[in-house]
Design a protein around this ligand. Structure first.
Ligand SMILES: Cc1cc2nc3c(=O)[nH]c(=O)nc-3n(C[C@H](O)[C@H](O)[C@H](O)COP(=O)(O)O)c2cc1C
Length: 212
């Protein structure tokens, strides 16, 4: 696996990342680097390691224009960014269990019997889920991969803006995905920051935490 060449202190990453809406439109991110960012983001954990996330990298002028119609309130991000990554969840995520656990066995990370045991329990479990239950699982995993993507992008020197402000009914179909299978989670603009964004304001931990 490739690893990022950027060396940033973790503290700098979590304190430095902030939402940026305006980017230098001249800056493009190569497919090679974007793939590396996605690969690092997908080191995020997921329920039973089933990795339900799927990405569409929207970078061409044509694709961006399509997205603009679906996200008119976030037009600056769409227009100026190097790309917008649409994060979807695949409702048929359990179908990949055999690939994933098979790879773990091949690589010597998991005994074959454990794979067989997990496949015999996990796949029927997820197959028994209602669409709503599958969506809930997808949203948790999708949030984790999104967060990891924001931090990875920052460590590569790029700014981001996660966005829920887009047309969720139309986005899958607009980019050639089956809307009954692929659930939109967020869209994420990514590029070289052209402004500083706002420093974070957060609720005090004491206000949001109970100690038992
Ligand atoms: C799920 C989600 C949806 C968001 N949707 C939008 C959006 O549609 N447009 C936008 O400009 N910012 C959007 N944001 C960015 C938030 O406003 C921003 O993360 C928040 O103000 C905290 O700022 P920070 O990211 O700089 O820490 C969204 C963030 C999240 C996590």
């Amino acid at each position: 696996m490739t690893t990022t060449n950027t060396v940033l202190d973790f503290n700098e990453v979590i304190h430095g990342r902030r939402t940026i809406k305006k980017y230098n439109p001249e800056v493009k991110i190569s497919q090679e680097e974007m793939s590396q960012i996605l690969e690092e983001a997908t080191l995020a954990p997921s329920s039973f390691n089933l990795q339900p996330w799927r990405f569409v990298v929207i970078e061409s002028q044509d694709a961006k224009e399509k997205l603009l119609d679906l996200a008119p309130f976030n037009s600056t991000q769409v227009i100026t960014s190097s790309a917008v990554i649409a994060v979807f969840g695949d409702l048929e995520f359990a179908n990949r269990a055999d690939d994933i656990y098979g790879r773990a066995v091949e690589l010597g990370h998991m005994p074959k019997e454990i794979k067989e045991k997990i496949l015999a329990t996990v796949v029927p479990l997820f197959d028994s889920f209602s669409v709503q239950e599958k969506r809930e699982s997808i949203m948790v995993d999708g949030g984790l991969v999104t967060m990891q993507l924001l931090l990875t992008a920052y460590a590569h020197g790029y700014a981001t803006n996660p966005m829920a402000g887009f047309n969720k009914e139309k986005i899958a179909e607009a980019f050639g995905l089956d809307a009954t299978r692929y659930i939109p989670i967020v869209i994420i603009s990514i590029g070289k920051a052209a402004d500083e964004g706002r420093p974070p304001v957060r609720l005090p931990v004491d206000d949001i935490t109970q100690w038992k």
